[in-house]
Design a protein around this ligand. Structure first.
Ligand SMILES: [Zn+2]
Length: 385
């Protein structure tokens, strides 16, 4: 989602990134302020003044959103969490936290810091705007606008949609009350989903009532919150189960092994069709020479299978992607996805001791989740705050 973001600054050791979608919103806000909002509210300025104040106000909005995110990030850092970067995108900002908060109190402080800061900005800019009332109507206009949007930002963020700040505050309270991070996450993401559905429904009614732009916008935000709430709870379940497992725990040690001279036809008949194996090891005595996968076999024309030895079709050992026995199972799963592999051999002290397959790692996960549904908090996550 944030793949195309580019870095614009570095503050307190945190990379500040902008997603291209933000530039679109910036242009849209600057345009609607300069051509709509300010001309409606304040008469008699020059076009140059409307656009000057409009662009400045849009840029300052960008700065206040950034300050909101920095508030989250700095509280998190003070509590010892790593915050590698902040990304500004279409809905505001995201602080990427190095791990989930360790306690309910910690989560509450990190989540509440953002809306509290927005509210503070609203009070300060509002007061300054009123003070400049009869002195400079352009500065007044800009400051009152900032007060207005920061109030809106604070309110939007304390809505209980997970993973908005309000959803996180809700989770921290549920966490405190239930004592379980996972149950609290489930509660918060259920409320978040409900909230997403609610926004979509309200948007739909606005749409029917003729408020097409507002209706679509609400439905879009609802749809976004729905997806975010769902993926947060799914991630958590996976991570909770996976974090304690290593490659050794999820591998099979009884991987099938064949001699280098075995003809492909026999391997296909005995192992692949016969036992449903997607890969077999090619070994000579105790030494593993390579791995023969279904894809390797497919590259050889079918009529040559009886006369082709496994060794000449296999992927040789030096070209195989491997993992060591202590690699966390999460990393193995990510590796399988990234390299589009169905299996990966496991090395211990340079010896192949097992094979982790995608199918089996997923089965193991399901089993572990069924047997141990409250396996504890996750270690790593990105947190939209
Ligand atoms: Zn926030």
């Amino acid at each position: 989602m944030f793949g195309n973001s580019f870095r614009v600054a570095r503050i307190a050791g945190i990379d500040i990134e902008i997603h291209p979608s933000w530039l679109l919103i910036l242009a849209f806000v600057a345009y609607s302020l300069s051509e709509g909002f300010f001309p409606d509210q304040y008469e008699g300025w020059s076009t140059f003044a409307y656009w000057g104040i409009g662009i400045s106000a849009a840029l300052l909005l960008f700065v206040t959103v950034l300050i909101h995110e920095l508030a989250h990030a700095l509280v998190a850092k003070r509590r010892g969490l790593e915050v590698p970067r902040i990304t500004l995108f279409i809905f505001g900002g995201v602080s990427h936290l190095g791990r989930q908060p360790a306690s309910a109190g910690e989560e509450f402080q990190i989540a509440a810091a953002g809306p509290a800061t927005s509210l503070l900005i609203a009070v300060v800019t509002g007061a300054a705007g009123f003070a400049l009332r009869d002195v400079n109507d352009k500065l007044e206009a800009m400051l009152l606008y900032l007060a207005f949007v920061n109030t809106a930002l604070a309110i939007f963020n304390i809505l209980p949609g997970f993973p908005l700040d309000g959803g996180r505050v809700l989770r921290s309270i549920a966490w405190k009350r239930t004592g379980s991070f996972r149950r609290a996450t489930r509660i918060a993401s259920n409320v978040g989903e409900l909230f997403g559905y609610g926004l979509i429904a309200i948007g739909f009614f606005l749409l029917l009532g003729g408020l097409i732009f507002n209706g679509l916008w609400l439905m879009f935000i609802g749809w976004f919150l729905l997806g975010a709430a769902r993926s947060e709870s799914a991630n958590l379940q996976l991570e909770g189960v996976l974090k304690k497992l290593t490659a050794r725990d999820v591998m099979r040690a009884d991987f099938p092994s064949i001699t280098p001279g075995a003809p492909l036809q026999a391997v296909v008949d005995d192992y692949m069709v016969g036992q449903g194996e997607r890969a077999v090891m090619v070994a000579n005595g105790g030494t593993v020479l390579g791995i023969l996968t279904v894809s390797d076999v497919r590259r050889v024309p079918r009529e040559e299978w009886p006369n082709t030895p496994a060794q000449s079709a296999m992927t040789p050992r030096e070209r195989i992607v491997t993992v060591v026995a202590l690699t966390p199972a999460v990393e193995v799963l990510v590796l399988l996805g990234e390299k589009r592999l169905n299996q990966v051999p496991v090395l211990d002290d340079g010896r192949m001791v097992g094979l982790v397959t995608r199918r089996e790692i997923l089965e193991r996960l399901q089993l572990a989740e069924t047997l141990n549904p409250d396996a504890g908090a996750a270690e790593e996550s990105t947190a939209a705050t």
